[in-house]
Design a protein around this ligand. Sequence first.
Ligand SMILES: [Fe+2]
Ligand SMILES: [Fe+2]
Length: 178
Amino acid sequence: MSKLTQVLTDEHQNILKVISAIKKECQAIESGQSIDNDFFTTAIDFIRNYADKFHHAKEEDILFKAMCDDSVTLHCNPIDQMLHEHDLGRDFVKNLEIGLEENNRDKVLANARGYAYLLEDHIFKEDNILYPLASDVLSPAIQNQLANEFLTAEKEKFQSGAKEKYLSVVRSFETRGL
Ligand SMILES: [Fe+2]
Ligand SMILES: [Fe+2]
């Protein structure tokens, strides 16, 4: 795997850990536990900032754009589907938030699980189809350039310390056995 896609795959691992925590929390709610608003507030903040702003922005603004460049030949272009899934994820999170405000258990469960399953499937497709395709069709020089753009985007969009904050969220969920 190239350095470029390794960065994104590593980020997927952190997102998957939070998704695993969300699924366990849903299981607990189904077993009778009341909704833990603090847990979901932390999880939504992670999704919006780390998964969306930090990770999806690298895909949408940098990698996908490069793969859609006229100089790149793709026989089958999966980018539109990937973008559509990012949007579906955002809708699930919006509706999860509404479910929490309404203290609506069914809405919380449906949207939290909807997001979890969507993203698991999405990440599987990117790790196994899209990223290998990117490694194939983008020249090593372009891949290096994009890796540098990732670093610049991180600095522009994320205050210093923000990345560490979200990695500590992942660790805190793990420590709590989530
Ligand atoms: Fe994605
Ligand atoms: Fe991704």
